[in-house]
Design a protein around this ligand. Sequence first.
Ligand code: HEC
Ligand code: HEC
Ligand code: HEC
Ligand code: HEC
Ligand code: HEC
Length: 446
Amino acid sequence: MRRLLPVVLLAACATAEPTTTTTAALGIVDPLSMPAKPTVALDDVPSAETCKDCHPNQFAEWTGSRHAQSMTDPVFQGLVGVRQGAFHGVQDKFCVQCHTIAGVRSQDVSPGFKFADLKPKSMEGVTCWSCHGVQQIARLHNAGLTMAKDGAMRGNLPQPQTTNAHGTAEAPFLKTPEFCGACHEVVELSGLPLERPYSEWLTSPAAAKGQTCADCHMPFYTGSAAEGAEPRVGLRSHRFVGLDPPGAREAPSAELRAVYAAQRDALLASAADLTIAPGTAQPGERLVVAVTVQNKIAGHSLPTGSTFIRQCWLEMRAVDANGKVLYETGTLDANGDLRDRWSALAPYADADLVSFSSGFIDPVGQPTLFPWLAAEHHRNQLRPGEQRTYSLFVPVPKDVAAPIQLTARLRLRTYPPFLLKVLGLDALLPDVILADLATDATAVNL
Ligand code: HEC
Ligand code: HEC
Ligand code: HEC
Ligand code: HEC
Ligand code: HEC
């Protein structure tokens, strides 16, 4: 891995947001999300474990969600480790401010911290309290949430039953996209936007018809909000389904894994469309194939969120009747990597590659993997509802054996293998999830 240049990093600090200051001893400071003095006492933060007996369903779903993995995820820990090395501790809170509000605001996370030393409550990540202990939304990015001091659990149940365990308070903002955006909009210290599903949502067809993040990611069900409480309609699922598998907080049974996989597949099945429309060609000419892809998600771009970690791309192959490969783009090298600039085996070998992911460019114009080294963030996501057509040119040899079989698919995966190797996480290679969002195939007779 290339070593990171301190000079570049100082340049990044110079353009930091006005509210963010740097002092060597305390590390970077943001009064709300990375305060210089504790604004939360870890003792006052309830562990999810204490909700388990009364809210077994919410607890079980949360446990199988990415929110419960946000501190234990090895890829997260790996990247944070690289940043810690680059900034000698000074910026150590930056990456964790949303992944554990409790840990950062209580100073359990301090410059030079190690994950293994953090308290269990910090390691609970986006725990129940991170959402139900919120007083109000203060800004729409970087953990822009003010936490309440009264210990009440905020929700929107009509006339909640009283309990000795906690007070309740109404929080109309909980179900709004702004609430999700307070964490899901990630802005680097340099001011560079990293993740922005909320901004994408703002101008989407979903926003126009009042469809929220929760409508798709927290579907309704009927059940008891608490053990022994009257059944209610309109409870919200806490699984927060996305591409990722549930992590290992409590290793889910094979049965539960199958349930999660089915939920993920159902979500992904609604994401995209793809069609191929070949022209005509004679042997010795080029066959023009129009491939049209569409993002069917009304709520945000495809991909969204950590688009610089996810890979989303178009694959097309043309094979003649003898099995001879006439053309391929978006196929993988022997390491399982795309044949783009990050491939160890075939760098720049796929000139036609259409990737919908994003990438960083550093101040001297070189691609970089790390957002903190980036001056620019280049995106090629499909906007909500957007349909785009690409023309691909298949060389047809004079001795071609017709028909030519064309296959295309729009693929999405959690991580590229090379990134896992850079982070020393080769052991995770078998766990990479690769999903085909849409496929099409046709045969061309010449
Ligand atoms: C503004 C809040 C916020 C900050 C700051 C933040 N993240 Fe995240 N992070 C998120 C959210 C929200 C997601 C979920 C998005 C997704 O899965 O696409 C996420 C997802 C991730 C994932 C993907 C986990 C997986 O396995 O799929 C990684 C890795 C990650 N963040 C690393 C980092 C690093 C490294 C930093 C510091 C440079 C950082 N995050 C800073 C909110 C934040
Ligand atoms: C002793 C049992 C008990 C424990 C422990 C408990 N709760 Fe509750 N909680 C309840 C009951 C009962 C309700 C009301 C349910 C109803 O009216 O249908 C409730 C309601 C809620 C609500 C909805 C509030 C509203 O106004 O809409 C939230 C949110 C909540 N609890 C979160 C939590 C969290 C988070 C924890 C753990 C930190 C927790 N609870 C621990 C019993 C408990
Ligand atoms: C119309 C339904 C819909 C709405 C509204 C919606 N989403 Fe999604 N979301 C999806 C689908 C489908 C996917 C799966 C495609 C993907 O993973 O990129 C997804 C994926 C995601 C992912 C996971 C990305 C990944 O790579 O695993 C995150 C994070 C996310 N949405 C956050 C949000 C937030 C935040 C909002 C509100 C600002 C929102 N979504 C609104 C349907 C929706
Ligand atoms: C990422 C934010 C988030 C986390 C983490 C979270 N919740 Fe919720 N929770 C919500 C939202 C949003 C609602 C729906 C609020 C509404 O209907 O307006 C909700 C609703 C509830 C309700 C009301 C009944 C229902 O299920 O709709 C209870 C009870 C509850 N949550 C308990 C918990 C417990 C216990 C945990 C941890 C084990 C937890 N929540 C974790 C966001 C969260
Ligand atoms: C306190 C900060 C916070 C809040 C509030 C929050 N999230 Fe998250 N969310 C995260 C982080 C951090 C992750 C990444 C966890 C990981 O994968 O390591 C995440 C992950 C997710 C994922 C899983 C993405 C994947 O890769 O599979 C979905 C879906 C999601 N959030 C939806 C929501 C929705 C919808 C809301 C609003 C109701 C919401 N979140 C509120 C911090 C938050």
